[in-house]
Design a protein around this ligand. Structure first.
Ligand code: UDX
Length: 467
């Protein structure tokens, strides 16, 4: 059992700390005393509300409470830890680069207060090389003669499934150039995870792996999104193509869902950050630059389908959005595509009725959109807003409640448009809806409704491919 301190009680720090506490003594530190008190109240069964929404996290915190210590005092946080994990935010700055302010502040504080030998691992997503910067900052601040090593241990958990991702990860990546420290990190993780999931490497490779993983996943999505646009043009169905390629195990079936674009706190930020980093290193990553551009373009493509249906005039229109979080089961609205669509609609004169299965997502929308307050209404019920004043339903995320809607409750709509931003309705349902005069729009499946124009394709081939 090791003594660990986690810097930062956010989306990464709290689940990671709660998970480590299965077998280690963990101190979760955050200068924000409110966050610390919120976790304490949850652990002590005085509240069921955490500042982050994560399935099974409350149970995990309570289960491991004997090994969890909470503090907002830096002196207490740095009382003899063997490992320190930095899990602070690295939000993008206006140039799309990771802002290292919080990582550097953590390093300076560690330097100032560290009194024992220790291994410091950075969990925050950072440009490769940051560990060396952290090492310098700690060295400069040190008041005592202690031996320390700095490495990287990037986090791959996805929001909403963090607890499960931590329990059964595909791999744990960590890197440190100090081989003695690397052995100790391996030892630390063998108490927690299967040995064959451990993936040790140099510090720089580990830092780059985090960006590479997110950029690869985002690229898979953008690849499918660009094919989706071609599918709509020629009359193929992107879901069928997805199935066809996904069964090739070399390609894999995950992260191939075409959609109105990916969002969230990681993919948009990390693709931007690595593309920018590579440019600054004068090794442009053209594929990742295209991934970003396709993602933005796909959102515009989806939005344009909506406005085209209303001849570019959204004044006095009313839309329902199901799912405002960047994906299902999260209250996180960072870079959320449904939020982007909602704002565009409201900017152009529409009123938006929003429902999400997570009440926190609605609260966050309310807090973050004061300028639009007269243009939206929030709902705790999925159907209560449907009436003969509603012009369209937009499916914003992949929640299963949206896959099989209660159609009877939608039939009052003035204009029966359904815009499936995540392509989640199946062909059978789409055809049924079409029979009830609904018009279904998606990204890459227009042919399910429109069929295909064989004559147009044949004349295209005759024109372009035959001499
Ligand atoms: C992601 C990574 O999955 C995780 O490993 C990393 O550490 C952090 O970034 P997260 O952002 O929480 O996790 O969500 P994820 O489930 O990956 O979805 C991101 C976005 O991609 C969502 O907007 C989602 O709707 C979209 N997406 C996902 C697609 O459009 N198509 C897909 O096939 C999969």
């Amino acid at each position: 059992m090791s003594k660990v301190t986690i810097f930062g009680a956010g989306y990464v720090g709290v689940p990671t700390g709660a998970h480590f506490a299965r077998t280690h003594k963990v101190t979760i530190y955050d200068p924000d005393i409110e966050k610390i008190n919120t976790i304490r109240q949850v652990i002590e069964n005085q509240s069921d509300e955490l500042h982050i929404h994560e399935k099974d996290l409350i149970e995990l915190l309570r289960e491991n409470h004997e090994n969890i210590f909470l503090t907002s005092s830096i002196e207490e946080a740095l009382k003899n830890p063997e490992f320190i994990f930095i899990a602070v935010g690295t939000p993008p700055n206006e140039k799309g680069r990771a802002n290292l302010k919080y990582v550097c502040e953590a390093a300076e504080q560690i330097g100032e207060h560290l009194t024992n030998n220790c291994i410091i691992l950075n969990k925050s997503t950072v440009p490769p090389g940051t560990a060396y910067l952290v090492q310098d900052l700690i060295s400069k601040g040190l008041k005592k003669d202690v031996k320390f090593a700095v490495g990287s241990c990037p986090e791959f958990l996805a929001e909403g499934t963090a607890v499960e991702d931590l329990r059964t990860p595909d791999r744990i990546v960590y890197g440190c150039d100090d081989l003695e420290a690397l052995d100790k990190i391996t030892h630390f993780f063998t108490f927690l995870q299967r040995r064959d999931s451990l993936c040790s490497m140099t510090t720089l490779s580990s830092e780059l792996t985090k960006y590479a993983a997110n950029a690869m996943l985002a690229t898979k999505i953008s690849f499918m999104n660009s094919l989706a646009l071609l599918c709509d043009t020629i009359g193929a169905n992107v879901r069928e193509v997805q199935d066809g390629i996904g069964r090739d195990q070399r390609i894999g079936s995950k992260f191939l869902n075409a959609s109105m674009g990916y969002g969230g706190s990681c993919f948009p930020k990390d693709t931007q950050a690595i593309a920018e980093y590579a440019l600054l290193q004068e090794v442009p990553l053209a594929i990742i630059e295209s991934t970003i551009q396709i993602n933005n373009h796909t959102t515009d493509y989806f939005y344009n389908k909506i406005v085209e249906d209303f001849q570019e005039n959204l004044e006095n229109t009313n839309f329902v959005i199901w799912g405002i979080g960047f994906k299902a089961r999260t209250d996180d609205l960072r870079e959320s595509k449904p939020v982007e669509i909602a704002r565009k609609l409201m900017d152009n004169g529409a009123h938006v009725h929003i429902y999400d299965t997570v009440p926190g997502a609605l609260n966050n929308f309310l807090r973050e959109n004061p300028k639009y307050s007269h243009r939206f209404t929030l709902h705790n019920d999925q159907y209560e807003m449907f009436s003969d004043e509603i012009d369209g339903l937009i499916i914003g995320n992949e929640h299963e409640k949206f896959r099989n809607p209660d159609i009877d409750k939608l039939t009052t709509m003035r204009h029966k448009y359904i815009y499936d931003g995540k392509n989640i309705l199946n062909n059978y349902l789409i055809k049924y809806l079409t029979g009830l005069q609904f018009q279904y729009k998606s990204v890459g499946k227009d042919s399910v409704v429109n069929g295909l124009d064989k004559a147009k394709l044949v004349s295209f081939l005759q024109d372009k491919y035959m001499d």
